[in-house]
Design a protein around this ligand. Structure first.
Ligand SMILES: [Fe+2]
Length: 180
């Protein structure tokens, strides 16, 4: 039987309590998520359309442990702001491709300030895994450059109640999230 979302959730519930830190959690999730990305029947066309239309947020599962699993749809041209998460996260590319730009904080000109420096930029293809691990590897920008809608599957360590959005042009940081 093909590895499906139910099997992923079961494996994460069993394995994540043994992850000693965010890096171990990300490795655990990446290992479990990888085989899911080659299953062409994770969800049907109606669910895909509802995702693209914004009629569902794609949340598949919320664990008593705190992690959650969510499917994201990315219409052509869709882009996040530059943001962090303040928790670990793993994104698996399921269908079509996404551009991912990663940033690192570097000391700013004024004491106590920082700038963002691009550290990586790539087109993530189906089957690829991208992770964020706080506090040093968690700032990124994700977009769909087209020409087709894309889908990805995400697992986050906890609810995104509070995280940062970075505006490079204005040099500003603001707080975002479900709890803000
Ligand atoms: Fe993100």
């Amino acid at each position: 039987m093909a590895y499906d979302l139910g099997a992923l959730i079961h494996d994460l519930e069993m394995q994540l309590p043994h992850a000693s830190d965010p890096t171990a959690a990300v490795q655990c999730v990446a290992h479990a998520l990888k085989p899911l990305l080659s299953n062409r029947h994770l969800f049907d066309g109606d669910f895909a359309q509802a995702l693209l239309a914004g009629d569902t947020d794609g949340r598949i599962y919320t664990s008593p442990q705190g992690f959650f699993v969510q499917v994201f749809a990315w219409p052509v041209g869709c882009a996040t702001p530059i943001h962090d998460h303040l928790t670990w996260g793993v994104m698996g590319i399921y269908h079509q491709q996404l551009q991912i730009i990663e940033y690192q904080k570097v000391p700013g000109e004024q004491p106590g300030t920082f700038d963002l420096q691009e550290s990586d930029r790539y087109l993530a293809q189906p089957g690829m895994i991208s992770a964020v691990i706080p506090p040093s590897d968690e700032i990124h920008h994700v977009s769909n450059p087209g020409p087709h809608p894309a889908f990805s599957i995400h697992v986050y360590g906890q609810e995104l109640e509070r995280y940062h959005v970075f505006d490079l042009e204005q040099g500003e940081v603001r707080i975002a999230g479900t709890g803000s």
